[in-house]
Design a protein around this ligand. Structure first.
Ligand code: ATP
Ligand code: MG
Length: 413
């Protein structure tokens, strides 16, 4: 008799993106992430098949919730809810019936695959027998090239899986395989999208937010926390550093003329984010800069800001325009939070006309009037660390896995 356990998920990843050397790390991390994504529903059983993974969620886990979770697991090309059956022809037919029942489809094909060639029935025989079975029950036709419904049949020793539609996964690389980065997360539209782009390339992202409490209300903190929470469902566990920046800005205002201030603020942010990021093993910084969008984002200013960082600065949105970034933020679900009004720290003590060309020499001259090391230490020591877990209540990844990810980030690939 069919039970809840008979519903499984088959997930595929893009093998093409796998170089031989990092395949084991990729697969190990993908499996860990799959288990973690479903942890609160009861750890699923995970079986590695050739080029794909079989997931058996715990009985009682709502299949739609499972699918929704898996659609946020980077590294998956696609996924499908599958019916488990026995391997006899009769059982396979019943599996096909379960997949097709209640559906109309103008055309279909059977795509049978056997894990072991010693199994009874060749793939060709299965395609033919099961195809004839479908034709006997549905008003439809076979179309091998452009079928409306492709019925996949995967036969393993002792059991088989039948599934119809594959749903697209998010693509990318499993979070953790590319190491750790620290993202400067404002409450704006751009930086959450930038952080997400790096997660998609396999990075674990540590968030650093600069706020001006008590000079300004704490709206920006609440927004940053909310954004970090939304992004955490893609990486399961996040650290968010909240850095009090108002006092530091005041020191800058006293020593630096208006036009250069934004650049000096940003250079200090870079240094503080670097120090906090390094603690968490970050090998790069990430910002939401898009070329020319605001005064701090001219080539000259970007170069000047970057000069303060001792880690590479990644800017995944640099060539995107606001409309493209906004569309991505809407899909991601961060847009609504990002547009809530707040008084970002950058609105504090900022002149009407920030300079668009601050050279490194000018920046150095301005900073000579400040005790930069003390300001950075002030930011780092004042930072408050919060942690966010998804699913709620789950802990961080074990230290061993984090070390492994760190090593991956520093290894040439
Ligand atoms: P965003 O929408 O991400 O705020 P923006 O277009 O408003 O970007 P800026 O405000 O100039 O541009 O910020 C450029 C980048 O600097 C941001 O994308 C972010 O990475 C970083 N940044 C700016 N303000 C903060 C902040 N308060 N805390 C953390 N990072 C910040
Ligand atoms: Mg901003």
């Amino acid at each position: 008799m069919e039970t809840a356990r008979d519903r499984c998920v088959i997930v595929h990843y893009h093998e093409i993106s796998l170089k031989r050397g990092n395949r084991p790390l990729f697969l190990r991390r993908l499996q860990q992430n799959l288990v973690r994504a479903l942890e609160d529903l009861g750890a699923p059983r995970v079986t590695q098949l050739t080029g794909r993974i079989l997931l058996e969620p715990r009985p009682g886990a709502d299949p739609e919730v499972v699918v929704e979770r898996l659609r946020h697991v980077f590294g998956l090309a696609n996924l499908a809810l599958a019916e488990r059956t026995g391997t006899s022809l009769e059982e396979l037919k019943r599996g096909v019936d379960r997949v097709t029942q209640g559906r109309t489809f103008a055309s279909f094909r059977i795509t049978a695959r056997r894990a072991f060639k010693t199994l009874p029935h060749t793939s060709v025989e299965l395609n033919r027998e099961l195809g004839a079975h479908v034709l006997g029950r549905h008003a439809t036709r076979v179309d091998l090239e452009q079928s409306e419904l492709n019925i996949h049949v995967e036969v393993l020793p002792g059991q088989a899986f039948v599934y119809g539609d594959r749903r697209p996964g998010p693509g990318g690389l499993p979070v953790g395989v590319s190491g750790t980065v620290a993202a400067l997360l404002s409450g704006g539209i751009d930086s959450p999208v930038a952080a997400w782009r790096l997660m998609k390339r396999g990075c674990r992202v540590v968030f650093v937010h600069f706020h001006s409490v008590p000079y300004l209300p704490d709206d920006s903190i609440r927004k940053a926390r909310d954004l970090a929470e939304r992004l955490t469902r893609w990486q399961y566990y996040s650290r968010l550093y909240l850095v009090p920046f108002g006092e530091i800005q005041r020191s800058v205002v006293l020593a630096v003329p208006g036009p250069a201030r934004v650049v000096i603020y940003r250079r200090l942010m870079m240094r503080i984010a670097e120090a906090l990021g390094r603690r968490a093993g970050a090998a790069a910084l990430v910002t939401g800069d898009s070329l020319g969008q605001v005064a701090s984002q001219t080539l000259q200013n970007l170069a000047c800001i970057e000069g303060a960082a001792g880690l590479p600065v990644l800017r995944p949105l640099i060539g995107m325009d606001k409309l493209e970034i906004t569309a991505q933020a809407q899909v991601l679900g961060t847009f609504e939070t990002s547009i809530e009004p707040d008084a970002d720290c950058c609105t504090l003590f900022v002149p009407k006309h920030p300079g668009t060309r601050v050279s490194r020499e000018e920046a150095a001259a301005m900073e000579a009037r400040l005790d930069v090391a003390a300001l950075v230490a002030q930011g780092v020591e004042g930072a408050r660390e919060e942690t966010i877990a998804f699913p709620a209540g789950c802990g961080p990844f074990p230290a061993k896995e984090n070390r492994e990810a760190r090593a991956a980030g520093s290894r040439p690939r």
